[in-house]
Design a protein around this ligand. Structure first.
Ligand code: ATP
Ligand code: MG
Length: 231
């Protein structure tokens, strides 16, 4: 059964200032389990603002954000970080790996917040590394890995807790074209296995990989396309 993993209802995010900036203007978006949605828009269109709301890192000025069934407005900081830890996985442009830890430790650390015992953390991290094609690199530190390998580690870290939703912000932005295509191939595989994904990008070629694309401009969703559906 599919269910909504992410629901944005009439979401407005206004930044204070004179004049204030309305970075998101009545955005409505629902993402169902198993979907892969690309959000595409030019610089300044509101992508990062949207990602921060989808990731429970920020609150809307008005409207409703529901993540994995939880309305973020009702949650204090502690519950918001618990929601992030349980329901979300993040993949960033610049990987955000800890340099002092091995690849395997970077992945396993994501399970500490979930209260998973050490032995199980080790096994699950190793399985996640294998899943992203890096079973042979678990003892390497980020400095000993290529950019594409670092991003695979970051993806393994995002997946290891089996989150309801993975949020990826320009995940190929620091990679050459070919490595970027490999990472998109990995996302395709993971989505085929049931992982729900939202990918934020300014690059139409990257967005084209996703079966559903949502265009944002000046803080508004201006178009929505789904493969196999016209109109
Ligand atoms: N903290 C802030 N205070 C005031 N205005 C902000 C703030 N953050 C973003 N903005 C404004 O909100 C709008 C949307 O910004 P946002 O960072 O979401 O765009 P973006 O689509 O991520 O752009 P890029 O592709 O360049 O990263 C922009 O006009 C920006 O100037
Ligand atoms: Mg941005």
């Amino acid at each position: 059964m599919t269910r909504p993993v992410l629901e944005l209802v009439d979401v407005v995010r206004q930044y204070p200032g004179s004049p204030p900036v309305r970075a998101l203007d009545r955005v409505n978006l629902t993402v169902l389990t198993g979907e892969w949605v690309a959000v595409i828009g030019p610089s300044g269109s509101g992508k990062s603002t949207l990602l921060n709301l989808m990731g429970a890192l920020d609150q809307p000025t008005s409207g409703t954000v529901r993540i994995d069934g939880y309305d973020v407005a009702g949650l204090d900081d502690e519950r918001l970080s618990a929601l992030r830890g349980h329901s979300l996985g993040f993949v960033f442009q610049s990987f955000h790996l800890l340099a002092s830890l091995t690849a395997w430790e970077n992945v396993a650390t994501a399970l500490v917040y979930r209260g998973v015992p050490a032995a199980e953390r080790r096994d699950r991290a190793a399985a996640a590394m294998t899943r992203v094609g890096l079973g042979h690199r678990i003892g390497h530190r980020p400095a000993q890995l290529s950019g594409g390998e670092c991003q695979r580690v970051a993806i393994a870290r995002a997946l290891v807790g089996e989150p309801a939703l993975v949020l990826a912000d320009e995940p190929t932005g620091n990679l050459d074209t070919r490595t970027g295509e490999e990472i998109m191939g990995l996302f395709r595989e993971l989505n085929g296995d049931g992982t729900t994904l939202v990918l934020i990008t300014h690059d139409p070629a990257i967005a084209a990989s996703a079966p559903r694309r949502v265009r944002i401009r000046d803080g508004r969703i201006v178009a929505s396309e789904l493969d196999g559906v016209t109109g």
